[in-house]
Every structure is written in C-alpha cells, then in structure tokens.
Ligand binder design. Structure first.
Ligand SMILES: CC(C)(C)c1nc(N2CCN(c3ncccn3)CC2)c2cc(C(N)=O)c(N)nc2n1
Length: 326
C-alpha cells in the first residue's frame, strides 16, 4: 500500500498509528488529543488535495463515514451457530462421553474464555477489511463495518492479500466501561448496567464518531470462509488468525483430558475478576477439525463444542440504559 506515497504522508501514517496505539491499546497517550487531531486534519487535507494518496490502511479510513440512517442487512453465507450451555462438571462429563462415543478416545479439546460481548463476523477481501456484521439471528445480521473500523486492534489491511471471513466477539474492556459510565454519570445520563450492554449500545450507534469514542475491542475465535487446507485443528486456526495480526485471546489452551479442562475452569474462575474484560464462562471445543466434522451440528449448535457458564453473580438490578441510535 505504501510504495507510492510521499515520505511526508508516510510519516503522518506512522505517527498517527503510533499515537493511536498508545491511546487505544496501551491506554497511555504520549501527546494530547489536540496534537493527534492536528496531524489527522493535516492528513485529511492532504488526501483531499491528492485523492490518489488515500489508501485503505490510511488512519483517515478508520473514523470515516457520515452517520447512517439505518444499518443495512447482511446475510451470513455460513450461518453463525449458537452455543449449547452447561452449568456443571457432570454435564461436561456427559459432553465428553458423547464426543468419545462418536469419535473414539483419541480426542483433545481447546478451552477458551467465553468473552461477554457480541458475536460479529469480519470479511477481508484481498487482505482489505470490507465488511463487519453482527451475528443477528445467525443468518441475517447488520452491517456495522464503519463502527468496527474504529476498533484500533482490528487491522484495516492484512499482511497478505487473502480472502477471509473470521468470527469473534466484540466487547468493551472493563476500564472503558468504567470511564464511559463516569462520563454518563457526570452528564446525568442513564448508566449502562454492564460492559456487554455498553458494547451492544456502542455497536448500534449510527454515528461512527460516537462508536470510536467507546474504545471497543475484539477477540476472534473462528472462521467462516478460510480455505487453508493446512489447518487441521482449531488451535491451529487460532494461531493462523493471530499470525495475520488479528486479535486472538491469549488465554486459550489445548487440553488433553477433562481433568485439564476442569483445572482450566478452576484457574479462570479464580482469575475472572482480575481480567481486563468480562467473561461469563468457558467454551470447550474439540480440537480436531476432522472430528468436528464427524460430530457435525444439531439444528442450532455444534455437537463438538459446549459452553460452561459460571454461576450467575448476585447483581442488584439497576435501571439499564438501552441506547438507541438517534
Ligand atoms: C463458532 C463457534 C460456534 C464455534 C463459536 N460460537 C460462539 N458463539 C456462538 C453463539 N453466540 C450467540 N450469540 C448470541 C445469541 C446466540 N448465540 C455467541 C458466540 C463463540 C463464542 C465465544 C465467546 N463468547 O468467547 C467463543 N470463545 N467461541 C465461540 N465459538
């Protein structure tokens, strides 16, 4: 993308991306917002004079777009399935027994944290981010591309010009949630009850400039269309997605036995409150893709995965903010 840009424009890209990383990922900006805005306005002006200098990965392409009137509907060509939930170790052992009856005893699992956010789908064409959509009912979702472009941890351009559709969870880190509610409280607005509602309200914003301020984040955990025959396990898929510079949760772990699964659940039940994002359980997936195919899916969810839900925390029900786009 950068071969034909003047050095000054390249410098602006690098400087803005550096400040953006400090602000959104490290939460520790080295310059005030006014300096960031000054450089951004300089780049916008240069691109206006020289449209041929606008590249898909230019920092100006993140918070583009005027507010939408409504979201376009999107059909998922590979339906986004739902999860079977269980609440006890006994039910997890039943799941393990069913899996072993179907595929035999040589089975390994991958445990993932169950991020408490909203399921989304991302499509890259020739390495360029072209479509971001909500899960919706699994078949029809909403086009929220402009809002997902504001998620700094999502690359606008991949290091390889490949076609790819990946799926994951959009969420609001706890720190962003606290900041947002402090601001809303100062403005006398209704508070969000939890980070999941705040993320849902933010993704539903028709104005990407508002979504950009909400500091949303994403973890990816699966793929729709991703023809890499070299990938034969779920864990290998996660590594391939991570190698493309896409955000994948670092806590996922391959487990050879159910005892290792129980240990993982115990470990993250204890670590849960210290995590910088909300989780509401643990997802257990059969690692081998061949075995996943053997097990197949029921009408609504795969037979090769299960979601263990943590016991519901005692919460005081507060008046929940349901943010609608104006
Ligand atoms: C792609 C598969 C089916 C394997 C899958 N599906 C998931 N979900 C489906 C149902 N979803 C859903 N959402 C709303 C209504 C009904 N189902 C919400 C995501 C997963 C969610 C998480 C997570 N939360 O961290 C995860 N680590 N792995 C997932 N894996």
């Amino acid at each position: 993308m950068e071969e034909s840009l003047p050095q000054h424009v390249l410098d602006l890209h690098r400087q803005l991306n550096q400040y953006s990383y400090e602000y959104y990922v490290e939460d520790n900006p080295s310059v005030p917002d006014s300096e960031y805005d000054r450089l951004m306005n300089e780049l916008i002006a240069l691109e206006k004079e020289h449209p041929e200098w606008i590249t898909p990965d230019s920092p100006t392409q993140r918070v583009g777009g005027e507010p939408l009137k409504a979201f376009r509907k999107v059909t998922h060509d590979v339906p986004m399935l739902s999860l079977g939930d269980v609440f006890s170790e006994e039910e997890l052992l039943d799941f393990d027994r069913r899996v072993r009856q179907a595929v035999g005893d040589d089975v390994a699992y991958v445990c993932e944290l169950k991020i408490d956010g909203l399921a989304i789908s991302l499509t890259y064409e020739k390495g360029v981010f072209v479509l971001g959509a909500t899960r919706g009912n699994g078949t029809i979702g909403e086009d929220i591309t402009n809002n997902l472009k504001t998620v700094r941890s999502l690359p606008l351009v991949l290091p390889e010009p490949i076609d790819l559709e990946v799926r994951g969870e959009a969420y609001m880190p706890k720190r962003s949630f606290e900041r947002l509610n402090e601001e809303r409280s100062r403005n006398g607005e209704l508070l969000f009850a939890n980070p999941r509602n705040a993320a849902a309200g933010s993704l539903r914003q028709l104005d990407p400039k508002i979504a950009a301020k909400r500091r949303l984040a994403v973890f990816l955990y699966s793929s729709g269309r991703f023809d890499r025959e070299s990938i034969t396990t779920h864990y290998g898929l996660l590594e391939s997605i991570r190698e493309l510079g896409l955000p994948v949760n670092p806590e996922s772990r391959r487990c050879k036995t159910m005892q290792e699964v129980f240990d993982y659940i115990k470990e993250y039940t204890e670590k849960r409150d210290a995590l910088p994002y909300g989780i509401d359980g643990i997802v257990v997936k059969v690692d081998s893709m061949a075995q996943q195919r053997q097990l197949g899916n029921t009408v609504k969810s795969p037979r090769w995965m299960i979601a263990y839900k943590f016991p519901a925390e005692e919460v005081v029900t507060t008046l929940e903010a349901i943010e609608v786009s104006v």
